[in-house]
Design a protein around this ligand. Structure first.
Ligand code: GZL
Length: 315
């Protein structure tokens, strides 16, 4: 009789042990919170759609939060998932780089791994598993190198800046400036944020065209295609030919920018893949299975000056 009691006690203790989440290869059955920045650009929407499609294909229960470009909304969503108690991992696309240490520490203390996607955080790397993103500095360098060769190193540039404080904007600006600094004839004569938003890009370009003699503006460097498309509209409304009177280079390679390339209204775009969901979910599965990961999983992108070249790379 006494022996039976001990067996029952051991079985009860074993049943109380915290189950180790051993994720299946693709993540099927996992519950993952995805804190998305917003829907400010066509690329952002394509990224959201790609992550949601990937989660559905893998049988992942994706909890989605659109922060409308507000960091406090992202932090609130992460805290809610921590409190919920049944979230296996969190994927965060951080709107800006600073202000994440506290919430990332809370997730870590709760045993919930966090994978950073798309942009970057200025936080202790031990607080997140890895980052899946492009190399924004390289994107800026590619854009500048193309403009140098298109203008033989002589160009007054106006810059449509992305969200101030975001890794995408800050690092693209850094890379672009690194390259043009090598060419004395290349200079940024005006720079202002359009927040990666098409309408704001148009408004800022209108202000540049009012403030400067348009003949003094050689090119637009836009941190994303949406702001470039806004600039195209402003340049046309000013009676000038975008892509000819004023050259344009941007980033994202969204479908609308290829329409503008076809029409000769822009000149170049640097590709940014929206397909970061797969590598992010793979990183979640790997970390739940106890595997070590590098702190950065890069996604690449090339510069394109035509739809034909872009499509040739996809054959
Ligand atoms: C870059 C991404 C940027 C895109 C914009 O990875 O964060 O944010 O280039 C988007 O279109 O708004």
């Amino acid at each position: 009789m006494r022996y039976t009691k001990y067996v029952v006690l051991v079985l009860v203790i074993l049943s109380l042990s915290v189950p180790v989440v051993l994720a299946q290869d693709g993540g099927e059955g996992l519950t993952i919170g995805f804190s998305q920045i917003g829907s400010e650009s066509a690329w952002r929407t394509a990224f959201t759609n790609a992550v949601q499609a990937e989660a559905a294909a893998r049988g992942i229960n994706l909890l989605f939060s659109d922060a409308q470009q507000e960091q406090e909304n992202q932090i609130a969503a992460i805290n809610a998932w921590i409190a919920q108690g049944d979230v296996d991992a969190i994927i965060l696309a951080p709107v800006v780089t600073t202000g994440w240490d506290e919430v990332l520490m809370e997730a870590k203390d709760a045993g919930i791994p966090v994978v950073i996607v798309d942009r970057n955080v200025d936080a202790d790397p031990s607080l997140y598993v890895t980052r899946v993103s492009s190399d924004f500095v390289h994107e800026g360098r590619l854009a500048a190198a193309w403009l140098v060769q298109a203008t033989s190193g002589q160009c007054n540039i106006v810059e449509l800046y992305g969200t101030v404080g975001s890794a995408a904007a800050e690092d693209r600006a850094t890379g672009f400036r690194e390259v043009i600094a090598l060419f004395p004839g290349m200079q940024i004569i005006r720079s202002q944020t359009g927040n990666f938003v098409r309408t704001e890009g148009k408004q800022v370009m209108q202000s540049f065209l009012s403030a400067e003699d348009p003949a003094n503006i050689c090119a637009v460097w836009a941190h994303n295609d949406d702001m470039a498309i806004g600039a195209i509209e402003a340049i046309k409304e000013a009676g000038l030919a975008p892509g000819k009177d004023i050259l344009i280079v941007s980033v994202d390679a969204i479908p609308d920018i290829f329409d503008a390339l076809d029409a000769g209204e822009t000149n170049a775009t640097v590709e940014l893949s929206p397909y970061m969901g797969g590598p992010a979910f793979d990183a979640v599965v790997a970390t739940l299975n106890g595997e070590e990961l590098p702190k950065w999983i890069p996604v690449g992108g090339k510069l394109y000056t035509s739809r034909a070249a872009y499509e040739a790379d996809r054959k």
